[in-house]
Every structure is written in C-alpha cells, then in structure tokens.
Ligand binder design. Sequence first.
Ligand code: NAD
Length: 267
Amino acid sequence: MGDMLTGRTALITGSTSGIGAAYARALANEGAAIMLNGFGDSGEIETLRAGIADEYGVTVLYNGADMTKPNEIRGMVKDATDRLGKVDILINNAGLQHRDMVDDFPVEKWDALFDVNVKAPFIATQAVLPQMRERDWGRIINTASANAFITSPGTSAYTATKHAIMGFTKSVALETIETGITCNAICPGTVRTNMSEHRIEAFAAEKGVSKEEALDAYIDRKLPYHQPMRRFITVEEIAAGAVYLCSDAGAAMRGAAFTIDGGWTAR
Ligand code: NAD
C-alpha cells in the first residue's frame, strides 16, 4: 500500500463491477477516499464497499445515481462533496454496450449508450469543475476504449460514443490547460468483465457450444484480431494507468489517450 493519494478523494462512476471496481481498489490502495457508483445487488455492493474500506483503511461511500438522469448525477457530485469534503478525482467509467447492425439498431439503445457513455461524463464534469478550479487541482479520467479510434461491424453506437468521449476529453483538457486540472482518457482493449462476459455467452448461444468452448473460440477467433497479445487485459492493468494519471508525475498528460489495449490499435 502507498500513500500517494492520501488526502485525495475520488468519485468513480460505474464502479460496482469490472474496471470501475478495480479503479476504486487501486486508488484506495494509494490512500484515496472513494465514492462508488453503479447498479447491482445491494448486498453485493455493500460487501464491495465495506471490503475496500477494510482492506485499505480508507473511507468508501456509495451513491446509486442513474447515469441517464442528470439530476441524479448532480446529486451524486453534491453527496460526494458533502460527505467526503470535496471531489479531487472524477473517473467517468460507467458504460453501456449494445451490438446490432445499423440496419436494425434500436433508436432507444442508441440514445441509452449516448446518455451513459457521453452525456453523463459531461454532466459530471460540469458539476465538479468549479471546485477543482477553486483548488487548482483535479484529475478527470474518462474510460474510453480502443473503439475511440477503430471499430468492428455491429458496434456503431458504442464506437460513436467512444470517439465522442475522446473528443470531449480533449476539449476539457484545453479548457483547463492553464490550471492544475488534467483530463485524459484511458482506452482499454478487451478486458474480461461483465461486458465481455455477455459477449462470450452470446457467442456460446449463437454457436450452440459450452461457455468454455466459446471462450476458447472467442480467444482464437477474436483476440488475435482485436489483441495481438492473445489474452484478455486484466482490470488491474487498466487501473494502474489511472494511478499514474492521478499522480503528480502525470501532471503534463493533457487530453491524451492512454491506450492499454494489448496492441489492438497498433496493428
Ligand atoms: P461492467 O459492465 O462490469 O461495468 C459497467 C459499470 O457501469 C457497472 O458498474 C454498471 O452498474 C455501471 N452502469 C451501467 N449503466 C449505468 C447507469 N445508467 N448508471 C450508473 N451506473 C451504470 O463493464 P466494464 O467492462 O468494467 O466497463 C467499464 C467501462 O470500460 C465502460 O465505459 C466500458 O465501455 C469500458 N471498456 C470496457 C472494455 C472491456 O473489454 N470490458 C473495453 C474498453 C472499454
């Protein structure tokens, strides 16, 4: 455990599972107080919250704001500010995926992806900026994706949202360029979380094979295409990038894409 972020507070959206939960652990491991957010079973969320607090000896709170509801997002930022004293670090991580060809893509799914993946980070960023400007210190990290740069068929809305959040990241970075606030995006390749798990289950159903067989096939067929490393990226490998961005050493990273994608975009 380190103390690099002792005295700092972090609000992490979509942190009840996957990459977001790993960000929470990694920042708590450096001494930051945390506010978790996201959906899930209330008992499991409480176990996660209490577990991180116990393991790292930091304050860990939870707010269940729905990222499709601007007033709830603003309420969550106020709740974090009231109960943690301030918000030094905002990680906009909650995300939705939906796959369909453009011909069939449901408009309501398109809107939901844009609400959670793009509009929510805008609303949350707008809500935290005044206090970050007052203290002249802040870290805003958006979880984008390799899909901020490249795409594959069936992911039009997701790809469009991740390109959009990359553009938003650059805009915020330049609007705060003369301050101590940085804004960057982490761009993961394929990480094994609920999001990819659903994809593997769909692949199994489509091919009529077991989940284990689907996983093998997914790795063989998909990962060499997506990720030359031929393995999933771990949530800890993604979270380590956030720790760097939150450090003083990361102060000159501005509007950058921090790509942790197993070589996917290097191909
Ligand atoms: P995940 O499904 O485990 O996590 C998504 C989180 O967002 C969960 O905590 C969920 O409860 C929360 N969430 C969803 N809708 C919400 C809403 N309306 N309000 C509040 N919270 C909501 O998946 P993950 O892979 O950990 O995804 C985290 C981020 O990483 C997403 O932005 C995703 O696009 C991005 N990403 C994931 C991968 C991957 O391969 N898993 C790759 C690149 C980028």
